[in-house]
Design a binder for this molecule. Structure first.
Ligand code: SF4
Ligand code: SF4
Length: 371
């Protein structure tokens, strides 16, 4: 409808966000909304939810990747049409859950998924390692220090035995963020893979004044490390550019987001840090932030062997030493950080000491209250 200046609200579209969540509920979820009594994991990868009305809903969880092809999604939809009346959901950790309300279709669905090779691995529930949640990496974003999908594939290929089994003391959530702006969940995951830059941005003086808003770049720096500067080239030609106080730079890449003439990616400077012990759950003890375990591992594409080996070592030590239901952070708190470094063989270095001046205000951040 054309815009009517006398009735500005007429036909105005105000809700352009995602549709209301209950629009896509399967009928069994709609009918039993608020009535679910309990749930259990009947085997690795298969959950059963039971309602007060006696209704039963099975969820078959299947690992998948974050970037998938249209052909793959079509195959997933065909499977859901055949066994689940078309109902399925994607979890926040990139798993697919096929929702089965007709018990007679559960085994045929599982057999069908297993018959398709490793395309649809069943697992990721309970005391397992579920799919790794990750950010965009070199495929898409402009500030990554590392790849995302490549590292995740390498790590998960190695730890695959823990996906379809319940061999661990508790669940192990692994996350990857390819820079410390961190659109992944690395601050609160049991094991976190974080891309780190270690060098300040390079300044392309001849481009800055043409492709950047200099005041915006200066304002974008959280540590006030950037100031304007006039620079001359060999021929004497002057450019309006910027100067970076390298001692203040924390290699966050914010300025590069504002100004493509300040690239921060660097073959020698960039790499992987590994963090451990975070969790979101309120069970037993308060949620915990991840803490630094390995400050730097160089990028080793295409299979990142040192990252893979380090994470396997942490998982294996935890698997043999952790008590039942104890998350990695709880295990470390019980044995102490000194013992964690001893048992895993990881080196304790000066980078592990938190000297950030505002750290005091965040050390005890928690959503758990005790009165
Ligand atoms: Fe981009 Fe950083 Fe997010 Fe990775 S974590 S996608 S580099 S903002
Ligand atoms: Fe400032 Fe971050 Fe750019 Fe360094 S990388 S100059 S801290 S915005």
């Amino acid at each position: 409808m054309p815009f009517d200046p006398n009735d500005i609200m007429k036909d105005r579209i105000t809700d352009i966000g995602p549709p209301k969540y209950d629009k896509f509920f399967p009928p069994i979820v709609k009918e039993n909304y608020g009535k679910w009594k309990y749930h259990e994991i009947i085997e690795p990868g298969v959950l059963l939810h039971v309602s007060e009305t006696g209704a039963k809903l099975y969820s078959v969880r299947v690992g998948t990747s974050r970037l998938v092809s249209v052909d793959y999604v079509r195959e997933v939809c065909d499977i859901a049409d055949k066994y689940c009346d078309g109902y399925l959901r994607w979890t926040t950790r990139n798993n697919i859950e096929f929702l089965v309300s007709d018990e007679s279709k559960l085994r045929p669905l599982i057999n069908d998924l297993k018959s398709r090779g490793n395309w649809f691995p069943i697992g990721g529930t309970g005391a397992s390692i579920t799919s790794i949640v990750h950010t965009q990496g070199w495929v898409h974003c402009h500030t990554p220090a590392i790849d995302a999908s490549g590292i995740v594939k390498s790590v998960m290929d190695d730890l695959f035995e823990y996906f379809g089994s319940h061999k661990l003391p508790a669940q192990v959530r692994i996350a990857l963020a390819c820079c410390l702006n961190m659109c992944g969940a690395v601050h609160c995951s049991d094991i976190a893979i974080l891309g780190v830059h270690r060098k300040p941005p390079f300044i392309e003086h001849d481009r800055v004044q043409n492709v950047c808003e200099i005041p915006l770049v200066i304002a974008a720096c959280p540590t006030a490390a950037i100031k304007p500067k006039k620079v001359a080239d060999e021929s004497g030609k002057e450019y309006k550019s910027v100067e970076i106080n390298e001692a203040r730079c924390m290699f966050c890449g914010n300025c590069y987001t504002m100004c493509p003439a300040l690239p921060i990616a660097d073959q020698d400077g960039d790499g992987v840090a590994i963090w451990v012990g975070g969790k979101v759950s309120n069970s037993r003890v308060a949620p915990m932030f991840s803490k630094l375990a390995v400050p730097y591992i160089p990028n080793e594409p295409p299979r990142w062997p040192t990252v893979v080996k380090t994470i396997r070592k942490i998982v294996e030590v935890y698997a043999s030493d952790g008590r039942r239901y104890e998350r990695i952070g709880e295990w470390i708190n019980r044995i102490g950080w000194e013992r964690f470094f001893e048992k895993t063989g990881l080196e304790f270095r000066h980078e592990h000491i938190d000297d950030y001046r505002l750290a005091m205000t965040t050390w005890r951040t928690t959503t758990q209250f005790k009165f």
